[in-house]
Design a protein around this ligand. Structure first.
Ligand SMILES: [Zn+2]
Length: 100
């Protein structure tokens, strides 16, 4: 096993899991095409790693939901502040009118 085989075998679980960058995955794929021992290792590893893979959440969807809730809360807060200011202004006008 040469140095590149060692590196490829370290990367194989991540490769099977789909967690490598496109460039690293391409490097592993290219090595597997040319290296029979690593290809065998990959074939043995694939059924072991794949069932354990945790699905990556769609963070864009979660982030979108988070922003939607944040905007709703902001709108409620702004409406509450506006209603409070309107009430205070009305009370101030009533108090000012009673003094006269
Ligand atoms: Zn190899």
């Amino acid at each position: 096993m040469n140095a590149s085989c060692e590196i490829i075998r370290d990367l194989l679980p991540l490769y099977v899991d789909g967690a490598l960058s496109d460039a690293s995955a391409a490097l592993v794929r290219e090595h597997l095409r040319e290296c029979h021992p690593c290809r065998l290792n990959y074939r043995q590893l694939k059924p072991v790693v794949k069932p354990c893979a945790v699905p990556v959440p769609d963070s864009r969807t979660e982030y979108g939901e988070f922003l939607r809730r944040l905007r709703t809360r902001r709108t409620i807060l702004q409406a509450s502040v506006a209603a409070s200011m309107a009430t205070m202004a009305t009370l101030a006008i009533v108090a000012w009118a009673k003094r006269r």
